[in-house]
Design a protein around this ligand. Structure first.
Ligand code: PEP
Ligand code: MG
Length: 293
C-alpha cells in the first residue's frame, strides 16, 4: 500500500512479526520469501529491515528464555542476536539473498554501545563474503544503521561516524529508558511527555550530533506519526519521519500548513519552559498559526 498512502519508503520493517506469528522458527527459505516479496512490492522505494527484535515484551514461544526481573532492561533485541549469532546469521543470510542486486538497508535494534554495532556489521560483512564466495553478486547497495533507543548510544554517535550508514531513533524505547517509565505499563506510560523540555533537548542534541557525524537520521517511533509530535520534530530540524501508514495523511496535512522556520523559533523558546509538558503551548501556537492538527 506504499503508493496508496503516499509513503516514500519503509523506515521500519519489523522482521520479528514473522517470528511472532509462527509456531516454530521461520525457515531460511520462508524468511527469504517474505523479504523478497516486500522488496518487490516496494519497487524503487527503500525498505529498512530491522533485525529480529524479541525479548522484553515480545516473547517467542519456541525460544526458551529465563524469567527476568526487568525484561525491558534484559536480554533482548541485538543482545540476543550477538549472543546467539546463528539466529542473526540466518536472518542476515536471508536478507542478503533477498536483496541480491537490490538496495538493502538493515538496522539493528537496541544498540547500546558502538562496539555492538561494529560486531553486527562484521557479521553482515562475513555473510556477504560467504554469499560472494558462492558466486552471488550481493545487494547492489548495502547500508547498515543503528537504532537510537538506549540513551547511552545517543552519547556515542561520534563513534559511529564512518562506521554506520544511518541512524534511526526509536522513540518508544528511547523515551521509556529516558523517563524510566515502562512503555507497557499504563500507570506510568503516559505520566511523562515527549513534548517536554528535557526530552526535546535530548532529541535536539541527537540531531546535532548526527549532523556533526555526517550521519543521516530519521525517527521511527510512534511519536513521528502524531501530527503535534511530528511538528515538534520538524521544528527541531528532523526531516525524515517513519510512521504507521495511518499517520501519513494527518502528518502530511500538518506539514503542508506548517512554516517550519516559525516552528523552529517557537520550540527554541519553549525549551526553556519549566513545565512538565509544553504540549498545550505547542498546540495553542499551532492553532494560532492555522497549522492543521
Ligand atoms: C521504538 O522503540 O520506538 C521502535 C520503533 O521499536 P519498537 O516499537 O518495535 O520497539
Ligand atoms: Mg524499540
Amino acid at each position: 500500500h506504499l503508493g496508496d498512502v503516499g509513503a516514500q519508503g519503509i523506515g521500519l520493517f519489523r522482521t520479528e512479526f514473522q517470528f511472532m506469528v509462527s509456531e516454530r522458527m521461520p525457515r531460511t527459505g520462508e524468511q527469504i520469501q517474505l523479504y523478497a516479496d516486500v522488496l518487490a512490492a516496494a519497487g524503487e522505494k527503500p525498505v529498512t529491515f530491522r533485525t529480529l527484535d524479541v525479548g522484553g515484551d515480545k516473547v517467542l514461544a519456541y525460544v526458551p528464555t529465563e524469567r527476568e526481573e526487568n525484561p525491558a532492561l534484559g536480554w533482548r533485541a541485538l543482545r540476543i542476536g550477538l549472543d546467539r549469532p546463528a539466529l542473526l546469521r540466518t536472518q542476515v543470510r536471508a536478507l542478503i539473498e533477498a536483496g541480491e542486486g537490490k538496495h538493502l538497508r538493515i538496522m539493528f535494534p537496541l544498540v547500546t554501545v558502538a562496539q555492538e554495532f561494529i560486531a553486527a556489521r562484521e557479521l553482515v560483512e562475513k555473510e556477504l563474503a560467504v554469499a560472494k564466495g558462492r558466486g552471488r553478486q550481493g545487494p547492489a547497495k548495502l547500508e547498515m544503521g543503528v537504532m537510537i533507543e538506549a540513551p547511552a548510544i545517543a552519547f556515542a554517535i561520534s563513534m559511529l561516524a564512518g562506521k554506520a550508514d544511518f541512524l534511526s531513533i526509536g522513540t518508544n524505547d528511547l523515551m521509556q529508558y529516558f523517563f524510566a517509565a515502562d512503555r507497557a505499563n499504563a500507570r506510568v506510560s503516559d505520566r511523562y511527555d515527549i513534548l517536554s523540555a528535557p526530552a526535546l533537548k535530548f532529541l535536539r542534541y541527537i540531531r546535532e550530533e548526527a549532523a556533526r557525524a555526517g550521519l543521516p537520521l530519521s525517527v521511527c517511533g510512534e511519536a513521528a506519526g502524531k501530527p503535534l509530535e511530528a511538528m515538534a520534530l520538524i521544528a527541531l530540524g528532523y526531516d525524515r519521519l517513519s510512521m504507521p501508514a495511518a499517520g501519513l495523511g494527518p502528518v502530511k496535512r500538518m506539514l503542508r500548513s506548517l512554516d517550519a522556520q516559525a516552528a523552529h523559533g517557537v520550540i527554541e523558546s519553549l525549551l526553556t519552559s519549566e513545565q512538565s509538558s509544553i504540549r498545550a503551548d505547542l498546540a495553542a501556537w499551532a492553532k494560532s498559526e492555522g497549522v492543521a492538527l
